[in-house]
Design a protein around this ligand. Structure first.
Ligand SMILES: Cc1cc2nc3c(=O)[nH]c(=O)nc-3n(C[C@H](O)[C@H](O)[C@H](O)COP(=O)(O)O)c2cc1C
Length: 140
C-alpha cells in the first residue's frame, strides 16, 4: 500500500511519531512518504492508498495552519485516512477537527484516532508511546 504521512510539529514530538510510523510501515513492505506541513504544499502530496495525519493540540484544538493545509488537499473522494494527535491535557478537539476536515473531502476514517500525551508542554512523549504506536499500526 502507498501511504502519505502528513504531520505538523513545533517541538518535535509529532515528528518522532511520524518517523516510527514510517520505519515500521516500510518494514512491513509499504511505500511511505513523509510530509511535514512546514515544508510541504498541499498540491505536492501524492495520491495514496492511505493518508496518516498527525498534529499537536493547541488552545484545545487543531492549530490553524494544519486545518488550512488539510482543507487545501486534493485527494480523491473515497480516500482512506487515519489520525494521530498529541496533547498536554485531556480533551483535545484536534482529532475531531482533522476527521471532519478529511470527511469533507469525501475521505473515510479507517481507525480510531491515536491520541498520545506529552509529559510537559514541549514533551517528552508519555511512557510506552512506541508500543502504543506499533499497536495502533495493527488497526490500520
Ligand atoms: C501555544 C500552545 C498552546 C497549547 N495548547 C494546548 C492545549 O490547549 N491543550 C493541550 O493539550 N496541549 C496544548 N499545548 C501543548 C501541545 O499540544 C504540545 O506542545 C504538543 O503536543 C507537542 O507536540 P510537538 O512537539 O509535535 O509540537 C499547547 C502548546 C503550545 C505551544
Amino acid at each position: 500500500m502507498t501511504i502519505s504521512i502528513i504531520y505538523h510539529t513545533r517541538f518535535g514530538n509529532n515528528a518522532l511519531i511520524a518517523d516510527l510510523l514510517s520505519d515500521t510501515l516500510e518494514s512491513k513492505g509499504h511505500g511511505v512518504s513523509i510530509h511535514p506541513i512546514s515544508e510541504a504544499h498541499p498540491s505536492e502530496i501524492p495520491a495514496s492508498d492511505l493518508y496518516i495525519i498527525g498534529s499537536p493540540t493547541q488552545i484545545g484544538t487543531l492549530p490553524i495552519r494544519v486545518g488550512r493545509f488539510l482543507r487545501r488537499l486534493k485527494i480523491p473522494s473515497g480516500s482512506r485516512f487515519a489520525v494521530y494527535t498529541t496533547h498536554a491535557e485531556p480533551g483535545s478537539g484536534a482529532p475531531g477537527k482533522i476527521t471532519s476536515t478529511m470527511e469533507a473531502h469525501g475521505a473515510e476514517s479507517v481507525a480510531k484516532p491515536l491520541m498520545l500525551a506529552v509529559k510537559d508542554l514541549k514533551g517528552p512523549l508519555e511512557d510506552e508511546w512506541e508500543s502504543k504506536v506499533t499497536k495502533w499500526i495493527e488497526t490500520l
